[in-house]
Design a protein around this ligand. Structure first.
Ligand code: UD1
Length: 396
């Protein structure tokens, strides 16, 4: 476990705000928060803890560079494991950090195992928990993230939401409205921040030593990502999806950025033959600026990621989500997202619509404006400021 105690040492009374990241989708949510905290007057003392849930250069270090995240002050280096082992290991290693720093609060983002594990440690130590991206619900408890969301929200003291439906979900679960603050989407802060420096699709392909000829197709190209256990952990499901993608690729060349679990499952299940390299380019996990560039210029995106559903809405690019449900309904109602599940007919019909120029253009949801982190930081500062015991704080 590596420590560097340089940045924000705790004072005798209240220590820093501990900000937790663990896995890839956390990094783009936390980066704008850290920037806003540093820019706040007065700056909020903070300590960045990386649990090490994601540890590869491709899954972690490159994103830190692209998002200009500071080096973590503490890396718990938990690595991979079953859900129980990973969650327990984060908890065991995070507890002494909370004891040592006496934080004013612990800020967690999103819905990965590290989010829940650190929230649980903090609440049991009597430290306030702040959850950014609270209240999203797929109502599918087979998703590990759904369990993480429900439990994290139940033990959080301050909950920042990205869309209005999230607040209604929280009310249904008995969370007092005074704890909830609709502040907008920090994910989009990162899109706004990164857009100017996004890498071109051509540079990205060439950097991976891939032939960029697919980019010359008159209809453009599609971007694919897949990593949900329900889509990639069962041979039949993965075979069926790769079969449909092969059919799509006949119409539109595809660029497929492979998550490590998807890569290893394609090999393990012997499915590489389903991929025609002339029509479907396989890439390793991409950096943030590469993904932004690939998506921004794409004709469409096919994905089961939560983050990509939001990023494509921000970029105005049609997105087909290969899931039966979404915890981000605003991307369907107002954005560019369409749920197509794993149904072959539905996927091919939706692709056809987009290629015929009838894809969703969408509009930007409320507060998806690049300033969510500033709103959160201003509110958090107020919330943390000691006040007379009889003075309650309401939502902003
Ligand atoms: C995790 C999150 C998921 C998020 C996804 C983004 C949970 C429950 N899931 O899923 O919500 O959408 O991250 O990627 O927290 N691996 C590597 N290198 C790494 C990390 C993982 O090769 O740096 C491989 C390992 O084989 C590991 C597997 O990927 O076992 C899965 O990693 P894990 O963190 O357990 O879950 P993800 O599927 O990445």
């Amino acid at each position: 476990m590596s420590h560097s105690l340089a940045t924000a040492l705790p004072s005798a009374e209240t220590g820093p705000v501990i900000c937790v990241v663990g896995a890839r989708p956390n990094f783009m949510k936390m980066a704008p928060i850290l920037r806003a905290m540093a820019a706040h007057a007065p700056p909020l003392p903070m300590l960045l803890v990386h649990t090490g849930q994601h540890y590869d250069k491709d899954m972690s270090d490159r994103l830190f560079e692209d998002l200009r995240l500071p080096r973590p002050d503490v890396n718990l280096e938990v690595g991979s494991g079953t859900h129980a082992i990973q969650t327990a290991e984060v908890m065991k290693r995070f507890e002494p950090i909370v004891e040592g720093y006496n934080p004013s609060c612990v800020v967690v983002v999103g819905d990965v195992n590290s989010t829940l594990a650190c929230a649980l440690v903090a609440v049991k130590k009597g430290v306030p928990v702040v959850h950014i991206e609270a209240g999203l619900r797929s109502y599918d408890r087979a998703m590990p993230e759904e369990i993480n969301r429900i439990l994290t929200d139940q033990i959080s003291d301050r909950l920042y939401t990205t869309e209005r439906t999230a607040e209604a979900n929280l009310m249904r679960e008995g969370i007092p409205p005074s704890r909830v603050c609709f502040a907008g989407n920090v994910m989009i802060d990162s899109v706004v921040f990164g857009r100017a420096n996004a890498r071109s699709a051509k540079d990205t392909l060439q950097a991976s030593n891939m032939d960029a000829a697919v980019l010359l197709h008159p209809l453009g190209y599609g971007v694919v990502t897949l990593h949900r256990p329900s889509n990639v952990d069962h041979p039949d499901a993965l075979r069926a999806l790769l079969g449909v993608l092969a059919e799509v690729a006949v119409r539109l060349p595809l660029v497929f950025a492979l998550h490590p679990r998807t890569r290893s499952n394609i090999d393990r299940f012997g499915l590489l033959d389903l991929i025609d390299p002339a029509r479907m380019v396989l890439l390793p996990p991409q950096g943030y600026l590469e993904m932004l560039g690939l998506m921004a210029d794409a004709t469409l995106v096919l994905t089961d990621s939560g983050g990509l559903q939001e990023e494509t809405t921000a970029l105005g690019v049609p997105c087909l989500t290969l899931r039966e449900n979404t915890e981000r309904p605003i991307t369907v109602e107002q954005g560019t997202n369409t749920l197509v599940g794993r149904d072959r007919e539905a996927i091919l019909a939706a692709v056809q619509e987009i290629l015929a120029g009838r894809g969703k253009r969408g509009r930007l949801p409320e507060f998806w404006d690049g300033h969510a982190a500033e709103r959160i930081t201003a509110d958090l500062f107020q919330w943390l400021t000691p006040r007379p015991a009889n003075q309650a704080v309401g939502s902003v």
